[in-house]
Write a protein that binds this ligand. Structure first.
Ligand SMILES: [Fe+2]
Length: 379
């Protein structure tokens, strides 16, 4: 598929299928059937001060503690029925230990082993699981360098959806998605499509340079996004609220606690995904997104939306600027021995460099660049 962004294109451009250019250095497609992934299920992060992180995630963000011990806290959202959506583990280096997906059946773990073995990846399986609450599971270092887990067996816990006596104004109700930083987005997308993911939206320029892609298994905009940059790193993990006002309540609470400095970007409305958003940073700098009200994508012919990287409304529908740290900062990821993975630089153009203070070609109305900047924009 050729890139759909042209000088005259109305934007965003809608196409029937993935419009991302074929990668130059493609990861081979395994002959093995991929595991049937249901959804992003939890992230395991290493934190350097467990007490400080517990205070942030439990006392400030109101995530629910399922279980905890001296080194680890297992947290879930209000509507979750599996043991956890986030694991905080005390460790020496702030990093991500696992991006974990639930699969449809126990047999899908055999499929994951075969799929990644054929790719030449490091694959480890533990019948007793890697963390509490999770049974038989497979961990791999995927071809992009990320630590990925697959599991089916999991301990069920109470779904607190009806427990309005426990809800707070900013209640987080679901894990929504991961976001990963990787140098070569088309290469990452081709591999993820082999794994069964589909592209929902992407950002390109007229040359076909691809800056980011949003990919799904569950019928929402995404389970993970591939963001172009130095990687492998973790850009953020996102939790959903029911409504927009819940996100505003979180902002108000952070202000009341004199913690407004943890707000990195937002609140705002995304162009990509159409969701309402807020980005905050935890005590180690791990980025958390609070996200709500994206759209249904479950039909097989769900249209793909491609945004022009120079469209000032792509990342914020109201045209508010993206802060540079949002582009540059991300968390390290660990290999299966717990060692930080080396970071490889992106070679393709950087979205930060082509959109912030550099090019003078960003617009609100295409063809109307002289009038198109937002008042107060420093471009
Ligand atoms: Fe996100």
């Amino acid at each position: 598929m050729s890139n759909p962004i042209t000088p005259s294109s109305a934007e965003p451009v809608v196409t029937a299928a993935d419009p991302i250019p074929a990668p130059v250095n493609r990861i081979p497609t395994p002959a093995a059937t991929p595991p049937d992934i249901l959804r992003c299920a939890y992230m395991e992060i290493v934190v350097t001060d467990l007490a400080a992180s517990r205070k942030f995630y439990v006392d400030v963000l109101d995530l629910v503690v399922t279980e905890e011990d001296e080194t680890t806290v297992y947290l879930r959202s209000f509507e979750e029925f599996i043991h956890h959506n986030l694991v905080l583990r005390q460790g020496p280096v702030a990093a991500v230990a696992a991006f974990s997906y639930r699969v449809r059946s126990p047999e899908d773990l055999d499929r994951a082993v075969a799929f990644y073995t054929e790719l030449g990846c490091r694959v480890e399986r533990r019948s007793e699981g890697y963390v509490k609450g999770i049974g038989d599971s497979v961990r791999v270092e995927d071809p992009l360098g990320f630590p990925v887990e697959f599991f089916y067996d999991v301990e069920h816990v109470e779904r607190l959806a009806w427990r309005y006596d426990l809800y707070t104004p900013g209640a987080l109700v679901r894990l929504d998605h991961f976001n990963q930083v990787t140098p070569d987005v088309p290469r990452a997308v081709a591999y993820m499509e082999d794994l069964g993911f589909r592209v929902t939206e992407d950002i390109q320029d007229e040359a076909g340079t691809t800056y980011a892609a949003w990919m799904r298994r569950k019928p929402t905009v995404h389970d993970t996004a591939m963001t172009g940059g130095d990687g492998p790193r973790m850009h953020h993990v996102a939790f959903a609220t029911h409504e927009k006002h819940n996100i505003i309540a979180i902002c108000d609470k952070l202000g009341a606690l004199r913690m407004s400095d943890v707000i990195e970007r937002g609140p705002g409305r995304h162009g990509v995904s159409n969701a309402f958003y807020l980005y905050i940073r935890d005590p180690d700098g791990h980025r958390i997104e609070i996200y709500t009200q994206d759209y249904y994508t479950g039909d097989p012919d769900n249209p793909v939306v491609t945004w022009d990287v120079h469209d000032n409304q792509r990342r914020d529908w109201w045209g508010n600027a993206v802060v540079p740290s949002w582009y540059t900062d991300a968390s390290l990821v660990l290999d299966l021995d717990g060692e930080p993975k080396p970071v490889v630089s992106r070679i393709d153009d950087s979205e930060l460099e082509v959109t912030i203070g550099a090019d003078g070609f960003s617009y609100t109305r295409k063809g109307d660049e002289a009038q198109g900047f937002k008042l107060g924009n420093t471009l």
